[in-house]
Design a protein around this ligand. Structure first.
Ligand SMILES: *[C@@H]1O[C@H](CO)[C@@H](O)[C@H](O)[C@H]1NC(C)=O
Ligand SMILES: *[C@@H]1O[C@H](CO)[C@@H](O)[C@H](O)[C@H]1NC(C)=O
Length: 512
């Protein structure tokens, strides 16, 4: 049956229908016109529950990737990072600040956290081995393992930024077009604004998390749970993982180095505990949190500056909804009612660095305050059975569907390429191997960051599917006494082979 009438005599009814539709559309947009304030950022939760869509624009095979690891001394935990990275086909990383020593007594790690900034900046400014639009990953050295391939990392980088940029348009409206705002740099995320203090610029201007408000059921964002922080949604920057184009990272690290010099002594607006003295004792994360806070402060300034008719009509860029940092109400992100460090509205966008966060743990799972959010799941086995084991009242409801994301499946298991000696090896399919999975978010992160329980670096090592094939992986790296891959570059073009970085005394722990 035809939906639209075709006979001449019935034409008037078509006109009435069209006119009616027109009025309905106008009416709806007027309703939107009056209802555009206090609109929360749109969370594309349905899309996010089906992770793994490819980027609409970018070809993964045309992107070059570089991995930077600030690390000053050898350690068996660095070898675990290198082994997982090499097995999955990542380019050999470059070690920065190798061999340096740190002994400033009032700074974290004797000053090693700040050395991370200067060493990365130097590489970003001086290397000729990378083009400005090559992607660069900067990561912590001694507590991160890889579990998914570099192709997936690159795909997620593009897809995540595309999503985030749609979100920015919804949140900031005309300002995005007028100021050319876009996300190009991704940091890890976590549940606490730390070490920064709530009343400072590193915390209060940060937008609310886009994660759903029922992530931990009715306990979400409360102090109930395995500890005081467990039920919070990820909202805050973690600097153990930073990814972006070389040129954009160079601008960011230049600012970070300037800040490190500027704030050499005390931070302003300490709460009286002196917790923030010496730049929170020389924490690089504290500096990046300040840079992110200043960016977000100015983004809100720009939203207000450019808000206009186009935003009203399109029902976007509304006043941010009030939110809480722990139990403190942020009623206005530029000027909250509590005693706070004042910000300064600026013209143009000098504080804009294109920084966004990995809220959904697509890239990296921080384990601190989150250990029980994730488990090693074998996807071909009974999912509910694996998920439910040892779950407790306050743990998040599982959202695991049991389906492997398309981006993981698109690229086969790298072990197909490694000559496995183990008989009956079945690590050639992703659903055969345990994959560290965030149950709350239905996510398989590319990396695991053991910044919570450090002992997990020992007791979870055997859970890593790569560990079980460690001998074959190393066998493939080192042929007839010649180390082909699996080691690390130095910025002066030197190369440290695996056998030198990871001497035989580490074998027992690595190979088990
Ligand atoms: C990358 O992949 C696309 C699509 O599969 C293909 O058209 C293109 O030629 C490839 N580019 C390179 C450099 O291999
Ligand atoms: C969560 O809160 C809602 C609304 O107050 C209530 O109806 C529901 O029963 C609560 N759920 C649980 C599991 O307590």
């Amino acid at each position: 049956m035809a939906v639209f009438p075709t006979a001449g005599s019935r034409r008037p009814r078509l006109y009435i229908l069209v006119a009616g539709l027109f009025l309905a559309v106008v009416g709806l947009s007027l309703v939107g016109f009056h209802d555009n304030t206090r609109k929360a950022v749109v969370s594309k939760w349905d899309d996010h529950m089906r992770p793994g869509r490819p980027s609409a624009i970018h070809a993964v095979n045309e992107t070059k990737l570089h991995v930077l690891i600030p690390a000053n001394n050898p350690d068996v935990n660095l070898c675990k990072t290198l082994l997982t990275s090499s097995a999955l086909g990542y380019p050999d990383p470059t070690l920065l600040a190798w061999g340096e020593t740190y002994d400033t007594d009032y700074l974290l790690g004797g000053g090693s956290h700040l050395a991370k900034i200067s060493a990365v900046l130097k590489w970003l400014q001086e290397t000729t081995d990378a083009a400005d639009d090559d992607l660069v990953v900067m990561m912590d050295a001694y507590d991160i393992w890889f579990q998914l391939r570099p192709e997936v990392l690159i795909e997620r980088y593009y897809a995540t930024n595309e999503d985030a940029n749609e979100g920015l348009l919804q949140r900031l409206g005309t300002a995005v077009e007028k100021e050319g705002l876009k996300q190009t740099i991704i940091f890890g995320s976590g549940k606490r604004c730390a070490p920064n203090q709530v009343q400072t610029i590193g915390c209060f201007p940060i937008p609310d998390s886009p994660l759903p408000h029922d992530l931990y059921g009715n306990n979400t964002d409360s102090n109930l749970g395995r500890n005081l922080w467990y039920s919070f949604r990820q909202r805050w920057l973690n600097s153990g993982f930073i990814m972006g184009p070389k040129a954009d990272l160079r601008a960011l690290f230049k600012r970070a180095a300037e800040k490190a010099t500027e704030t050499e002594r005390d931070m302003e607006y300490d709460d009286g505990s002196h917790g923030s003295d010496f730049m929170y004792h020389g924490s690089d994360q504290a500096l990046f949190a300040v840079i992110f806070g200043e960016q977000e402060y100015q983004r809100e300034v720009m939203r207000r500056r450019h808000y206009g008719m186009a935003d009203k009509i399109r029902d976007r860029a509304g006043v941010p909804a009030p939110n809480h940092i722990y139990s403190t109400l942020v009623d206005d992100p530029l000027n909250p009612s509590f005693h706070h460090q004042p910000g300064k509205p600026k013209a143009s966008k000098p504080d804009e660095f294109g920084i966004g966060l990995d809220y959904f743990s697509d890239f990296i799972q921080q384990t601190v305050n989150s250990e029980e959010d994730s488990k090693y799941i074998v996807y071909e086995d009974n999912i509910p059975e694996q998920v439910e084991q040892n779950r407790e009242t306050f743990d998040c409801p599982s959202r695991v569907t049991g389906q492997l994301p398309n981006d993981v499946l698109r690229y086969g298991s790298p072990l197909k390429n490694i000559r496995t000696d183990e008989s009956g090896s079945n690590a050639d399919r992703w659903d055969h191997v345990p994959l560290y999975t965030n149950l709350c978010l239905n996510r398989i992160p590319i990396m695991i960051h053991h910044n919570g329980d450090k002992a997990a670096r020992e007791y979870q090592w055997e859970n890593m599917w790569v560990q079980r094939h460690a001998r074959s992986v190393v066998g493939a790296m080192v042929h007839e006494g010649v180390d082909a891959t699996g080691g690390a570059h130095l910025p002066d073009r030197g190369y440290l082979p695996w056998t030198e970085l990871c001497p035989p005394e580490y074998d027992q722990e690595i190979f088990r």
